[in-house]
Design a protein around this ligand. Structure first.
Ligand SMILES: [Zn+2]
Length: 393
């Protein structure tokens, strides 16, 4: 980090500017203790690389008016990919989280990952073409997948929904196809990151509960995902909550798991058992929003089961915010209300007095936004920036 001895690197200066801690050269100098000549050299590097812009003027309290430094958000682009069981949402964003263009790709999560990634790379190139932006303007690609991701290797770790993807080098494969750095994370982590950064920047802790085909939780502590030692943090979908004859078989091989009893996919299956036409969590969400009595009843049951598990999480972490998202998060208040009631029933008032339980504000964009934040954090960290600016030796 920058210190008073004047050794701050260009990357560290960029962090000061990006975070808003330094708005002028004078403020950078005060925070870093750099000499005027060294600061001038570092600033020239950052401006030449297109990372920092100097614009406008502020009246300084003393001395001459100073030009304002800002991170060049518009010049830096990010590609986001949110992979689901049946389709992927793709988007081109700038570093200020503004979506420039979107696309959707049909995928089969059961197909070979190499084939799926080649298809996605093609669609990303097409997306850039439609937006008339060159590949060279893209800082990196963020990918969310419905699976635990071992973050150190960027590979899926025993994903029940997509078994063929276990330990597959997604970042390396897609990175080689596109010639760009690729960062992979669990989708609930990225949705939580998007929601936390864009909607609850002051909240020290947030749980993002993704309820769709399966169930997963993103745990965001002080603005960053807590991933756990093997990428399994928040993977609550396979906690067994129903026992005996009533327990349904789960894709993980066990029975009575939260995901197979309380997800949108589980409710769709129960509706089909009643002879109803409900193929997916999306169908369930639509039926609940329309007030279908059986779909509402099953969703209330799901909310109680989910609330039972979340009550433990709330007691463990005492979070500021619990967000209910994923496809079922858009079904109206039935799921949200039953989850909230159950959490309140099962925990002490101290744990919930300041707790805010809400539906996802970003909806289907949460994962796209989170992937964008992941890429910007990684590619514009002080270390990454300094590596890029270092002259090739
Ligand atoms: Zn399971």
């Amino acid at each position: 980090m920058p210190n008073a001895t004047g050794s701050a690197s260009a990357g560290e200066i960029l962090e000061l500017v990006r975070s808003g801690r330094a708005r002028t050269r004078r403020e950078v100098q005060e925070l870093t203790g750099l000499s005027r000549s060294t600061l001038s050299l570092r600033m020239s590097q950052l401006i030449a690389a297109g990372y920092v812009r100097e614009s406008g003027q502020v009246a300084a309290s003393t001395g001459r008016p100073a030009r304002i430094l800002s991170f060049d958000e518009h010049g830096q682009l990010v590609l986001s990919v949110d992979i689901g069981a049946t389709h992927a949402n793709l988007a081109l964003l700038d570093a200020g989280s503004r979506v420039i263009m979107r696309a959707q790709a049909e995928i089969d999560i059961a197909a070979a990952p190499g084939v799926t990634l080649r298809g996605l790379a093609k669609r990303l190139i097409e997306l850039l073409g439609r937006a008339e932006r060159p590949l060279s303007a893209v800082a990196g690609v963020g990918v969310g997948i419905p699976a635990p991701v071992r973050y150190a290797t960027q590979r899926p770790n025993n994903p029940p929904l997509m078994p063929r993807w276990h330990d597959f080098p997604i970042a390396q494969t897609l990175g080689d196809l596109l010639g760009l750095p690729v960062f992979v994370d669990n989708d609930a982590n990225l949705m939580g990151l998007g929601e936390a950064r864009d909607r609850y920047p002051e909240a020290p802790s947030l749980l993002f509960v993704k309820v769709g085909t399966g169930i997963g939780v993103g745990i965001i502590l002080h603005g960053q995902p807590e991933r756990g030692i093997a990428g399994g943090a928040g993977d609550i979908g396979h906690i067994r909550i129903v026992e005996g004859e009533k327990a349904h078989a789960c894709t993980c091989g066990a029975a009575g798991c939260l995901a197979t009893e309380a997800s949108g996919g589980a409710i769709a299956r129960m509706l089909r058992d009643d002879g109803r036409d409900a193929g997916s969590a999306t169908d369930v969400s639509r039926l609940v929003a329309a007030g279908d009595p059986r779909a509402v009843e099953l969703t209330r049951r799901a909310g109680r089961l989910l609330g039972d598990v979340l009550a433990t999480s709330v007691a463990l972490l005492n979070p500021a915010v619990v967000v209910i998202g994923g496809v079922m998060g858009g079904s109206g208040s039935v799921l949200l209300d039953s989850v909230r009631d159950r959490i309140y029933e099962r925990t002490v008032p101290m744990a919930t007095r300041e707790l805010f339980v809400a539906a996802s504000a970003l909806g289907s964009d949460a994962g796209i936004q989170g992937a964008g934040h992941l890429v910007i954090d990684q590619t514009f960290s002080a270390r990454s920036v300094d590596d890029r600016l270092r002259p090739a030796s």
